[in-house]
Design a protein around this ligand. Structure first.
Ligand code: CTP
Length: 217
């Protein structure tokens, strides 16, 4: 199958030397890309700025801003079977990007932020490929993830608790809950991200197989 995977943070420029971003390391998305390659799938990885070697065998499309990621996802979904939106896309960006470096002054400084476009929510509802979203939550993890599954029209959502300091964001380990459209739920208990990624790939393969069998029947 052809996997399109997004990973890492986006950077939203403020001026030529500053940006807004988040703590995503890209480790989970890169581990999913590696696991998909190991399972003999084709992988295109749309990656925000991260400090990880590119997975051997994946075509990597480097991006920086949420708008660049938006464009790359829409272009690449024309030719994929599974989209895994693991990236931590910024929700807001500065209303204006200053062309010159903003100089330090004694007064307070306010930045006006505007919402970025939601990539998942912008995807066509009538589509052939499987859409997997991620939900980064600090509270009511399952309920909030379920809301995102519905509101962003995902087929599957992978929820993780980013309030934990022992696993999850920036860590080498993760623990996730996977929610499906039919109300089913699966859990992957705490393990290195490589192991979690391998389990996730098996789950995505299963969902695709079930959809295919349903179509044929
Ligand atoms: N996402 C997206 N476009 C955005 C923001 C998020 O496609 N502009 C995707 C992420 O890649 C992820 C899912 O939406 O697959 C959920 O992202 P998350 O950061 O958990 O939630 P938000 O939608 O940003 O909502 P909130 O920050 O309020 O939890």
């Amino acid at each position: 199958m052809r996997f399109l995977i997004t990973a890492g943070p986006t950077r939203e420029p403020i001026d030529p030397v500053r940006y807004l971003s988040n703590r995503s390391s890209g480790k989970m998305g890169y581990a999913i890309a590696e696991a998909a390659i190991d399972a003999r799938h084709e992988v295109i990885l749309i990656s925000g700025p991260v400090d990880i070697d590119r997975p051997r065998g994946a075509a990597v499309i480097p991006i920086s801003t949420s708008d660049e990621m938006f464009g790359a996802v829409h272009q690449q979904t024309r030719n994929c079977d599974v989209l895994v939106m693991c990236a931590a896309v910024a929700d807001y960006k500065p209303a204006k990007v200053s062309k010159s470096k903003i100089k330090k002054r004694d007064a307070n400084l306010s930045l006006e932020l505007i919402p970025t476009r939601d990539i998942l929510a912008s995807l066509p509802k009538n589509r052939q490929y499987l859409v997997v979203g991620f939900a980064a939550e600090t509270e009511n993890v399952e309920a909030n993830a379920h809301k995102k599954l519905e509101e962003k029209h995902c087929d599957v959502i992978v929820a993780n608790d980013v309030s934990r300091t022992d696993f999850g964001i920036e860590s080498d380990e993760n623990e996730v809950t996977i929610l499906f459209r039919n109300g089913e739920k699966k859990e992957i208990s705490r393990a290195p991200k490589e192991i979690v990624a391998r389990e996730l790939i098996k789950i995505f393969e299963n969902v695709c197989e079930k959809r295919l069998t349903k179509k044929i029947a």
